[in-house]
Write a protein that binds this ligand. Sequence first.
Ligand code: LLP
Length: 436
Amino acid sequence: PLTAKVNSNDCLEIGGCDLTELVKQYGSPLYVVDEFTLRTACRQYRNSFLKYYSGESQVIYASKAWSCLAICRIVDSEGLGFDVVSGGELFTTLKAGVKGNKIYFHGNNKSIEELKFAIESDCTIIIDNWLELTHLAEISAQNSQKSVRVMLRLTPGIECHTHEYIRTGHLDSKFGFDPNQIPEVLSYVSQKPSLNCVGLHAHIGSQIFERQPHQDLAEVLVEWLQKAQEYGLPIQELNVGGGLGICYTEADDPPTIAEWVQAVASAIESACHNRQLPLPKLIAEPGRSLVGSACVTAYTVGSRKEIPEIRTYIAVDGGMSDNPRPITYQSVYRAVIANRMSAKLTETVTVAGKHCESGDIVIKDALLPKTESGDILVVTSTGAYNYSMASNYNRIGRPAAILVNQGEANLIIQRESYQNLIAQDCLPARLIDSDK
Ligand code: LLP
């Protein structure tokens, strides 16, 4: 986080709050969100679009990266819109006070209930496939007062270098209409007055460091924008998705937010210029690059196992349930010992989680000072897709999350209790009655 510093006790401080003190007060594992870093990223996106794009623009937060009331509220107050992908994310966003007309509803298999919820809430719906298109045409035709604002998601056929599981733009992807179907889709939509098709959408993947695939995407989208206009669709919005990567380790070297926006905006401008098209409203929907660097996870170090000449494990009090990214995508993280920041880095250890699974490793080779049980180990850049993908594996409650800013710490998500863990369990009466 941008506000990280070492205080006079040699402890790591974020947002003016000492992490070791926060752990004493709130326990661990603990997600700690730096409000300043989050707001700064929102502003960098907005200001960069104003600076580098001459047309209208909007930045929407891909709330799948971390959806909860406080984060949605902060992002809303910075003037961003929202991308939601389920009834649950829509509900959360609305409950945070966001207006439905700032929300874009995504997903490759939205239920009828979700479609109706999105329509009632005044969202823009990003149509992904034929089934959804026909359902929406039916539902919207019954709803005679007002047409439904929709966009079409297209598979752009662009490859990029990121983990296979988070690539979405290549042709063999479950998302969006195949390019071959586009003429048919455009012609169908143009005959449905209850569907107000305002734009096109594509997303190529996540944690991307190259600029070229996003520039190629701009070219492809503008080409389709022109085709859509030939079908008489008054399409004026292009949504280029998200995908900008962040630094997890020193080896990562992504473009800055400003550089990314400049690359995308200038590619759209020149593609429009070449085709003599007016500039569309340009939408981007970043997730990771807004929240990723704004959060750290604090753990307490526990047991240690030394296997001579092979490896030393140190275990922390969380793991794959609060951060499933290492086991899912082999993601690499960095850590520091927050209560002894200036201690010499003397050993390379494997930081293990506490789950009953050998693959539950937080960091494979972490260079740390010699750790002791009770040390506070802080993993950085855990804001994106950690809490949002957290589970209760091994019936471990999800951690609490704290928002820090200028020395103030506020609880934004409570730690799950044992009682929370059984809250949804039901015991059929016959199991209670059957005593042995
Ligand atoms: N728009 C769409 C349609 C998306 O599918 C995504 C991410 C985004 C925007 C935001 O992408 P971002 O700016 O965050 O890269 N769980 C994985 C990431 C999955 C991304 C899914 N879609 C991970 O932990 O790496």
